[in-house]
Design a protein around this ligand. Structure first.
Ligand code: UDP
Ligand code: MG
Length: 322
């Protein structure tokens, strides 16, 4: 390996991706062979797959020594797989790419070009999303809108995790050790020089998406609660409004009683008020609980992940999870 060439790490989180890994390797290989200006390291993260993903990774490494792999001790989810990859990446820049070829590797040369021009974070923005349902597109649009309206940092719309990060972005992300990670927001949070590239997102090459609505809803709530305490404020504001309304209504009832005497019927209105207020209280307790839960997880300060193997070596966690 020549030392004057820059090292580029291509980071691929993979969970049950046996159908696509070889395809991905072929596409990546073509690009790596063309870009002779750089040295490459392809860091495949096996996020506790239950199929042959890990075996294929080992075979790929035998074929091509540019391939490295990291075997996590179980399935932790993509967010954690990515931080594990960043921890183990050695490159002067890191390109994060999905295993399923939804992110075309052919964009990599252009990303590197912008990197050479001095950009620290070159992210690919989807112009279109083929192979995704109308509902998924709509909900994701609505979600980004809400998230943006309540946070101070700029959230990038229609942007996945497909991006090039300069070493200093990588170090910044590594220094953030929160366990309920919402990486999409963290990319914005760390700042630095950003550049966008537009592309058409392809449908999955093969295999199944690992997301379902349950997981997406959880990720959305994590996104909201890790970047803003606005929901807590909303609760307080709505609480104040309801108290004011309640106070006015109380005055009305007092005056009515004074002038018209005691008015016995009132079962339905009482029930409505009790149920309404009870519901609101439960919702807001839930909101508070969300934040409390987050603090609970973060205060435990557990390591984010455990490693089974880095390449051929059996690993135990060193001081990576500071
Ligand atoms: N992934 C992962 N761990 C998981 C789920 C997914 O590492 O628990 C990886 C997956 O292998 C893929 C990427 O994250 O490389 C994106 O997942 P997927 O394609 O299922 O998501 P989508 O593109 O549908 O949003
Ligand atoms: Mg995908």
């Amino acid at each position: 390996m020549e030392n004057d060439k820059k090292l580029v790490t291509i980071l691929v989180p993979a969970y049950n991706e046996q159908e696509v890994l070889n395809l991905l390797y072929d596409r990546l290989k073509k690009i790596m062979d063309e870009l002779t200006k750089y040295n490459f390291e392809v860091l495949l993260i096996n996020d506790g797959s239950k199929d042959n993903t890990f075996k294929i990774m080992q075979e790929l490494r035998k074929k091509d020594n540019r391939i490295c792999y990291l075997n996590l001790s179980r399935n932790y989810g993509k967010e954690t797989a990515m931080i594990a990859g960043l921890d183990y990446s050695k490159g002067d820049c890191v390109i994060i790419i999905d295993a399923d070829l939804q992110d075309p590797p052919e964009l990599i040369p252009k990303m590197l070009e912008y990197w050479e021009q001095g950009y620290d974070d070159v992210y690919a923005k989807r112009r279109s999303r083929k192979g995704e349902t109308f509902m998924k597109k709509l909900t994701s649009k609505l979600y980004y809108k809400t998230l943006q309206s309540v946070t101070n940092i700029e959230i990038q719309k229609d942007t996945g995790d497909f991006r090039l990060l300069d070493r200093r972005c990588v170090e910044a992300l590594k220094s953030i050790r929160e366990s309920q990670r919402y990486t999409k927001g963290l990319f914005s949070f760390i700042g630095y020089n950003k550049k966008e590239i537009l592309y058409d997102r392809d449908p999955r090459a093969a295999g199944q998406t690992k997301w379902n609505y349950g997981k997406l809803i959880n990720l959305s709530i994590d996104g909201l609660t890790s970047f803003t305490t606005a929901p807590l404020r909303w609760s307080a504001l709505i609480g104040i409004l309801i108290s004011i309304a309640g106070f006015i209504y109380m005055l009305v009832i007092i005056f009515k009683t004074i002038f018209n005497g005691i008015d016995v019927p009132g079962y339905s209105s009482t029930m409505v008020v009790i149920l309404f207020l009870g519901g609101i209280q439960l919702i807001f307790l839930g909101v508070i609980g969300e934040y409390l839960g987050r603090s609970f997880y973060e205060t435990k300060r557990r390591p984010l992940y455990f490693i089974d193997r880095y390449n051929e070596e059996k690993e135990t966690n060193k001081d990576l999870n500071k």
